[in-house]
Each structure stands twice: as structure tokens, then as C-alpha cells.
Design a binder for this molecule. Sequence first.
Ligand code: SF4
Ligand SMILES: [Zn+2]
Length: 328
Amino acid sequence: MISDRMEKPLASWRGKERYGNEVLECLTIIVRSGGCSYGACRMCSYRHERFHTTSCEDLLLHLKAQLAWIMNQYDPAEYRMVKIFTSGSFFDPVEVPMAFHADVATAFHGKLLIVETRPEYIDEETLRSFIRLLDDGSWKTPLYCAIGLETSNDAIREKCINKGFTFADFEDAAGRAHAAGAGVKAYFLFKPLFLSEAEAVNDMRTTIADTVPLAELFSMNPCTVQRNTELEFYWKRGAYRPPYLWSVLTLLYESPVHMTCDPLGGGQARGPHNCGKCDYELVRGIRDYSLSADRELIGALLETRCSCKEEWEYILCHEQPWCMPLTR
Ligand code: SF4
Ligand SMILES: [Zn+2]
């Protein structure tokens, strides 16, 4: 039941999203939840966003009040897709009490919903009950579980990201989601800590190829240096550089499937960037591509002339990986 009390979520906005061959009106919501139960990824600052409460009832009231604010603020007739982020996992019952799942599914009945979650919280029966409330027959797949797989390489996921699950865990979770009638959206992290530019590009190539058979939607996040993270610690000491936009374009151009990409902080020192002169156009082009899927646009951007391209090519060939001792 929707609450009488209203409370603003962390953020919400209306925009457009590509889905198959359509461009849909989309509502994106970042809900303040109980916070990520895992909270140990090296590049993540979202884990600091949470209600500091130990009471499940209190948390539920806050969540219900945010949903009430959303329903009051946006006319459901004006959007068809909803993306929900919780700065953690929507299906983690500690972070988002199960009673709230039903509220969300009912509130967005008939919409196409994408919710973010770690693989361990994907439970077939939970998804089936959720879809029963959400589905009105409008969509073949009314629910997608968005999973931050980041990479298909277990060593990179463990050492460079500290993500705490394996590729096999992702595969199993994707199987459970599909068995329940949900789809899977895979999020990739391009260039985590400790990888050279060339290693990171190769990691994405392998990751995309490994993941295509397991998911239906794909999104690549070029790494951004968020505040109060381990990644920031290294970046401040000159031990990390976010990826070049040239690499981002190359991966989007080569990918066998359409990948959306929103280069957060694009063109800035903390975000994916080139030299500062060519960045603006390239970032804008990448955002346009996410919506249009126009591969020729990416091809044309890759042909853009700028002196930093030679620098990028040099880096790809000559940058050496960091060596770490295997023993102490
Ligand atoms: S990236 Fe996701 S799983 Fe990792 S700490 Fe952040 S919110 Fe939690
Ligand atoms: Zn440049």
C-alpha cells in the first residue's frame, strides 16, 4: 500500500532508453535503502548511501514514503520503462524489506522494470511472485535483473574490484532469472584498478564475448574515480588513470551486441578522458549512440583527428602492467 508520508528519493529523473528497436520514455529512480550489505568494492562510493536504522519497520516506512513521492511526482502515463537503483541490491531482503517488493511491483504494474541486484539475491520464487504483480501482458519480459558482473575474469573481479562473487555465480543467477521469466542486464566495468589500458581493453573484449549468451541487455561503465574509495586513494597518488575515450569508442564499435554507455565524468580528470580538446564531442557522441545504436556514428568519431590519438596508441603498446609480489 502506498504511504501517506512522502519522502524524496536520492534522485529521480525522466529520460529515454533504447529497448530493442524502440526508444522508450523511462523513469530512473535512485532509492535510499538500507545500503549495500556487501559494501567492499574498491571503486564504489554508493555503499555510503544508506538509512542508518536497525529497524526493518522504520526502513520500510522510509521506502514506502519514497515510492509515494515518486507516484505523486510523475504521471505513470508518461513513461513505459522504470529503472530502479538502490545503491546496492533491490532483492537483498536486508537492504529492501520483501514487503516493499510487492509495493513496487503493484505501483509499476504494466511497466517494463529494470532493477539492480547482486546475483546471490536472485531467487526464482521471489522473482516469480514479483512478476505476477508487475505483469499485465504488455511485455514479453516485464522484469530485468541488472547485475554488475563487471568482468568475466574471476582473477580481475577478485583482485582489482573485490566484487565477492564469481562468473559461475553470475551464470547460475542468470539461469534462475531466466527460469522465473525475467531477463538479465549485464553491467561491465571498463578498466578497474591495477590494469593497464591494453589489459583493460582485452578484458572487455573477452567479457563481452563470454557474456553475450547469458544476458539480453548490456551496459559498459568506463570507470570513474568516486570520492572516498580505494580507487581514489591510488588515483591521488598517480597510480590510476581512467580509460581513454578512444578505447571506449573502440569497444563500442567492435561489440557484437549493442552496449549502452554513459561515460560519467566524461572529459574530466576523474572520469574517462582524452586530452581535454576532443573530449566533449566524443562524450556527446557516445551518449547519442546509446540511444540511436548508430554504429556509423561511432565509426566516424573514431576517425576524428586529435593529437592525443597517437598518445593513446603509444600507451596501448607500451604501458606496462603493475607487478605485485605473490608472497610476503
Ligand atoms: S559496487 Fe555494488 S556490490 Fe559493490 S559495494 Fe558498490 S553497491 Fe555494493
Ligand atoms: Zn584529443
